[in-house]
Design a protein. Structure first.
Length: 396
């Protein structure tokens, strides 16, 4: 990414230093999908235009959620109850009501589940609809548990369930099945472009997902004093993400508060965990669906679609029904046969991309890693108040 950005912006981007965060296409530089057009491995290869196809077919926010519901039903999981369709808010109200548009899923118990989302008709929101409905499916599956156990095995499980569905939904073969794509097979350049696009979201997010609560926990523990809150934030972003602020920062700024989860006191480590275990879940489900065979180039993990696989759906349902009634390793074992979180699924999913990146960087002599930033974060950028004029300078 740095090499491509340097080709576009010149010396604004250092050859060996961190990347200026404002060039990465996202307010928090947590995902970099918005710069895919200028960094794509094969920019001249035509990519599927799913949003355009959705618009041409007259998709609405309601149809997007009906499509998501169909996916879960095809797995032999629970359909959304009638009250879901009556009480959910699936698009921004037009009657003047104010609404926090951050997508969220709600469990009011007694089979009353709802989604609040200001849905737009595009590819990204189609995947978000599946993600949020994943939360709802989890609510419904563990609804027979005692109230104390009606939650995810751990908070990362809840986030991973929706995302693991999206990993199938975003494959060319699934988009073809639901008539949003005209072809299913990708040549190597198309496959790498698709994996790269996914990596700009999934891989890039990992260090950001980790430092959010690393910063917060150190603040709560008193390890980071108040007069170093902002500079510590940028230190972590530099060390883990390899990004730098576009301009010098100081303790007069409070950049962590630019993130909703910071000011709303929403724990964030769940997202980091989910981005690891969703690939662990995906690998297990794909094995059960028979749509992935290890070491078979014709059935790679990154092109697996579990749609209509009741074997995969039943296995997923068995785990979801447990809620928090057992320690999370027990729930993990029910689905994957493993008791630990494991990044093997993620590494296997992106293996073709990793191989290409290593070869491409070596060919271009790209520097790996980053040297220290030249940006400064200081205690204060405010100038001291002007001193009172000396009496000798006053007129008599």
């Amino acid at each position: 990414v740095r090499h491509k950005l340097r080709q576009k912006y010149g010396d604004v981007v250092s050859e060996k230093g961190p990347i200026p965060a404002h060039l990465l296409g996202n307010m928090w530089a947590q995902t970099w999908g918005n710069i895919v057009d200028i960094t794509l491995p094969y920019p001249n290869v035509t990519s599927p235009v799913v949003t355009q196809e959705m618009l041409s077919q007259g998709y609405t926010p309601l149809k997007m959620f009906q499509t998501a519901n169909d996916f879960f039903v095809s797995l032999n999981l629970t359909a959304m109850p009638a009250s879901f369709w009556e009480k959910s808010i699936l698009e921004k109200p037009s009657d003047g009501r104010e609404l926090v548009c951050h997508a969220s899923a709600w469990d009011f118990y007694d089979n009353d589940v709802r989604i609040k989302q200001c849905t737009r008709v595009n590819e990204e929101d189609l995947y978000t609809a599946h993600h949020e409905m994943g939360h709802i499916e989890y609510f419904l599956q563990y609804s027979t548990q005692p109230v104390a156990y009606r939650q995810g095995a751990n908070s990362g499980f809840h986030e991973a369930v929706g995302d693991v569905i999206s990993l199938s939904v975003s494959t060319p073969k699934h988009l073809q099945k639901i008539s949003l794509l005209n072809h299913t097979s990708l040549d190597i350049s198309e496959a790498l472009n698709s994996l790269y696009k996914t990596g700009l979201d999934k891989i890039v997010f990992l260090p950001f997902g980790y430092i959010m609560d690393l910063w917060r926990w150190d603040v709560f523990a008193g390890k980071t004093p108040k007069d170093n809150w902002n500079c510590k934030w940028w230190e972590l972003r530099h060390d883990y993400q390899g990004v730098e602020p576009p301009v010098d920062r100081s303790e007069d700024d409070f950049d962590p508060a630019g993130k909703y989860h910071t000011v709303a006191s929403v724990p964030y480590i769940r997202y980091f965990v989910s981005f690891i275990i969703q690939f662990q879940f995906h690998r297990a489900l794909c094995l059960k669906a028979g749509d992935y065979v290890p070491n078979d180039p014709n059935k790679p993990l990154h092109n697996c679609d579990i749609y209509r696989s009741t074997e995969a759906g039943n296995a997923l349902g068995d785990m979801l029904q447990m809620g928090a009634s057992k320690p999370w390793p027990d729930a993990m074992e029910v689905l994957t046969g493993q008791r630990n979180m494991d990044a093997g699924g993620l590494l296997e999913y992106f293996k073709p991309l990793q191989t290409w990146l290593e070869e491409e960087n070596n060919k271009n002599g790209v520097f790996i890693g980053w040297e220290p930033t030249q940006r400064v974060c200081s205690s204060s950028k405010k100038k001291k108040d002007d001193a009172e004029p000396d009496s000798t300078s006053e007129s008599s």
